[in-house]
Design a protein around this ligand. Structure first.
Ligand code: SAH
Length: 354
């Protein structure tokens, strides 16, 4: 990483509006901001001197004020299976902290699972990232740079983004929104909002705000009643199940915009057929779809030692029950599991040992 002046701000942390203000304040045109962002995000030109439709004085000002360094990929781990492949990236930022992003390629869809924080505060008992504790939020530029880095590494560019990596996106909602604005802009990264999924453990006051981003929303439900959810997910004490049910039931039914409820199946904790029955009672097939995720557990996991993955039989019965009740149900056998890149397995540490 070449850094001329460490105090210069990262261009990737600027929203279009912020860059417009910068241009005008420095005596340039408001529309210059759009041109600069187009060079950076659409043409992937990070050298201001190569931005040929921009005046020399503006190029000089930009060079003085901003840096365009991307964080560094310090390791990648690759996994092939019959259907496609996945690759886990260990990425290091300027402060030497690391995160992971996971690319999942399937047919012509290239989905990047991005991190929104270094570590996480939410403390979900079955999640390895939670075991790390919380270090800091990622800036909008640090979120976007995960896409920019991977776009340099693959053919065709990222087509879909899921905020399902390290961290709780709605606990960093301002920077997530700022990054979504840029990634979804047709002139910049062109990843349409419907191809972006924000997954939350259920910070329900923030879900209301995030609905306005027009992205897909997924809520990590993981339990069918408050007793179990309180045990697994501390956030449930602040926003009990009723908050999730009410928000969902207040939405208009829609085939294309159903909320996905993610449900990690943990043996003898939440995988009983009675749990599926409880779900059937509180949710409607016209409003939600289920994504069942058998628990991922690294072999050397210390944090998850009290939990086991649900048996195949339990999974199959659970799924059948929900299907019969009319729900759309998908099962996510997390890709990248063998490289510890499956859901809830991102620790930015495991990659060192693989
Ligand atoms: N904080 C956000 C996004 C990160 S977790 C959220 O809670 O949604 C992404 C998904 O992985 C969530 O649905 C979560 O429930 C699931 N997950 C966490 N730990 C897991 C594990 N050990 N095995 C399988 N899925 C897990």
């Amino acid at each position: 990483m070449i850094t001329k002046n460490k105090n210069r701000l990262s261009i990737f942390d600027k929203s279009l509006q912020e860059l417009e203000t910068f241009c005008v304040k420095n005596g340039f045109k408001k529309y210059n901001a759009h041109q600069i962002m187009r060079w950076v995000y659409f043409y992937r030109i990070f050298d201001f001197n190569k931005m040929t439709n921009i005046s020399k004085p503006l190029r000089n000002t930009l060079t003085d004020c901003f840096q365009t360094d991307l964080p560094e990929i310090i390791k990648t781990v690759h996994e092939e299976d019959g259907a496609g492949h996945s690759r886990k990236y260990l990425i290091r930022f300027r402060d030497n902290r690391t995160i992971e992003s996971v690319l999942i390629e399937y047919r012509d869809r290239r989905t990047l699972c991005v991190s929104s924080q270094i570590g996480c505060k939410m403390g979900c008992l079955f999640c390895e990232t939670a075991g790390l504790g919380f270090s800091r939020n990622l800036s909008s530029g640090e979120i976007l740079s995960q896409i920019l880095l991977v776009n340099e590494d693959i053919k065709g560019g990222i087509t879909n983004v899921v905020f399902m990596g390290m961290g709780e996106p709605l606990d960093n909602i301002t920077n997530v929104e700022k990054s979504v604005d840029i990634m979804s802009d047709n002139n910049f990264l062109s990843i349409a909002p419907r191809k972006i999924t924000i997954s939350t453990c259920g910070i329900m006051d923030k879900v209301k705000i995030a609905e306005k981003f027009n992205c897909k929303i997924a809520i990590s439900l993981n339990a069918s009643n408050d007793t179990t959810r309180n045990k697994l997910m501390p956030i449930n004490k602040k926003f009990p199940l009723k908050n999730i049910v009410d928000l969902i039931n207040d939405r208009k039914p829609s085939i294309h915009n159903k909320i996905t409820l993610e449900y990690v199946l943990i043996k003898d904790i939440n995988d009983n057929i009675s749990n599926a029955k409880e779900l059937e009672k509180i949710f409607s097939p016209s409003k939600v779809k289920f994504n069942l995720i058998p628990l991922n557990k690294g072999e050397d996991s210390i944090f998850l030692r009290n939990f086991e993955r649900a048996d195949d039989n339990a999974l199959s019965n659970f799924k059948t029950k929900l299907l019969k009740a009319g729900f759309t149900v998908t099962t996510r056998f997390s890709k990248a599991q063998s490289i510890n890149g499956g859901c809830g397995q991102l620790t930015a540490k495991t990659i060192y040992s693989s």
